[in-house]
Design a protein around this ligand. Structure first.
Ligand code: PLP
Length: 411
């Protein structure tokens, strides 16, 4: 559903995000830390409050009115997400705590269900720690091997190296859609097609994709896709794992407990149908409902309008940042979205971030949970400005003014 308002009405949109109206250290807040977490529109905050004020109740187990209202709102959100991702079935949509939780769920389940000593898992050199460590732990546990696709100096994967890595021992390719520290958008269709030509399933880490671009899991043909609500204008503590039904049916459950069972005796448990087989315990009901409202909000603005606006912002930011002497971008991929990482001469990124904060500009500094990326580019950390559709060119000008202050102070 792409009901884009053309052009994107950023002034109106900004009024819908109460947090953006404030000053920080006496300066208007310029929020450029969207890759860490995005801000929430008032409709999302209202929806969560409504749940607690009017129909707080547990889902799936009650015959009373409030429980029915809560169950309906919870399950309607599953349908919103199915449409959002264009999944073919509600059984393919599993609620999680977030991207990290979704990957841990799969690593545990795939590890237990289908990994033998000597098997291989492939990831890339630009993964977030949450798409490295769960596989490392699982590989150690099962005697399997983790293989890493290298990247070039622009921060793009080396496709030939990837092609050579795939073999009969490869059990999964797990790859990021859009890198949080480099801004690279990976050529997913090619990556997935190549894996599928050898019958290898692919998991896509979509944490930094869904805030910026329309994702169609059937068009991508990925086997699994994970994302976090809080990066796509929804609340923290909730996320989604999409999985093709044929895979989810085969895989064993991750956690045991209430809701994921059909029948329990002390001798044996019969597990529930999909998607409940993977949803043990009382879920994060209020925030699931909030996520549904956030996705409807994004769809109302429309991804065409969002992409156009954000591409313009990124091009403008790259152009302006190049004016600064000593500017080095970390990540120069041809296809990019969301974030710009840089180092400024020999000024430590933490100093850059601290001075920018005094000017009201919120950026993130550090390794961005991608320490291997820092090692690859031989930097201890970067400064990262990351954008959302509510950012403006005027805010980029404020970032520039603040960066000039940093340079003056270190001159
Ligand atoms: N993957 C990527 C690419 C990310 O940027 C992040 C968070 O920054 C994650 C995974 C982990 O997301 P979460 O902390 O919401 O589980």
């Amino acid at each position: 559903m792409n009901t884009a308002l053309h052009p994107l009405d950023v002034e109106k949109i900004r009024t819908e995000f109460p947090i953006l109206q404030q000053e920080v250290h006496g300066k208007p807040l310029v929020y450029l830390d969207n890759a860490a977490t995005s801000q929430k529109p008032i409709v999302v905050i209202d929806a969560i409050q409504d749940y607690y004020l009017k129909y707080n109740s547990n889902v799936h187990r009650g015959v009373h009115r409030l429980s029915q209202l809560a169950s309906d709102a919870y399950e309607e959100t599953r349908e919103t997400i199915r449409q959002f991702l264009n999944a073919s079935s509600l059984q393919e949509i599993i609620f999680t705590k977030g991207t990290t939780d979704g990957i841990n769920l799969l690593a545990a389940s795939i590890g237990r269900g289908m990994i033998k000593p000597g098997d291989e898992i492939i990831i890339s050199a630009m993964e977030h720690h949450s798409n490295i460590v769960p596989w490392q732990m699982m590989c150690e546990d099962r005697g399997a091997k983790l293989r890493v696709i290298p990247i070039n100096d622009d921060g793009e994967i080396l496709f030939e190296a990837y092609e050579e890595m795939l073999n009969e021992r490869t059990k999964l390719v797990s790859i990021v859609h859009t890198s949080n520290s480099l801004g690279t958008v990976n050529p997913l269709r090619e990556i997935i097609d190549l894996a599928h030509s050898k019958n290898i399933p692919v998991l896509v880490d979509g944490a930094q994709a869904v805030p910026h671009t329309k994702v169609d899991v059937q068009a991508l043909d990925c086997d699994f896709f994970v994302f976090s609500s809080h990066k796509v204008f929804g609340p923290t503590g909730v996320g989604v794992l999409y999985g093709k039904k044929e895979w989810l049916k085969k895989l064993p459950p991750y956690q045991g407990g209430g809701d994921m069972i059909l029948h329990v005796t002390f001798e044996k448990t019969k597990f529930n149908e999909l998607p409940y087989k993977f949803e043990a315990g009382t879920p994060n009901i209020a925030d699931v409902i909030g996520l549904g409202v956030a996705l409807q909000y994004v769809q109302k603005i429309g991804y065409d309008a969002i992409s156009e606006w954000e591409n313009d912002l990124i091009q403008y930011a790259l152009h302006r940042l190049q004016e600064i002497e000593g500017m080095r971008f970390v990540g120069n991929a041809k296809h990019r979205a969301g974030a710009i990482s840089f180092v400024l001469g020999d000024i430590h990124p933490h100093d850059v971030g601290t001075i920018l904060d005094r000017e009201g500009v919120a950026v993130r500094t550090g390794h961005h949970c991608t320490q291997p990326v820092m090692q690859r580019f031989k930097v201890p950390a970067t400064t990262r400005a990351s954008f959302a559709f509510y950012n403006t060119k005027e805010e980029i000008d404020q970032l520039m003014n603040a960066l000039h202050k940093v340079i003056e102070m270190f001159a």
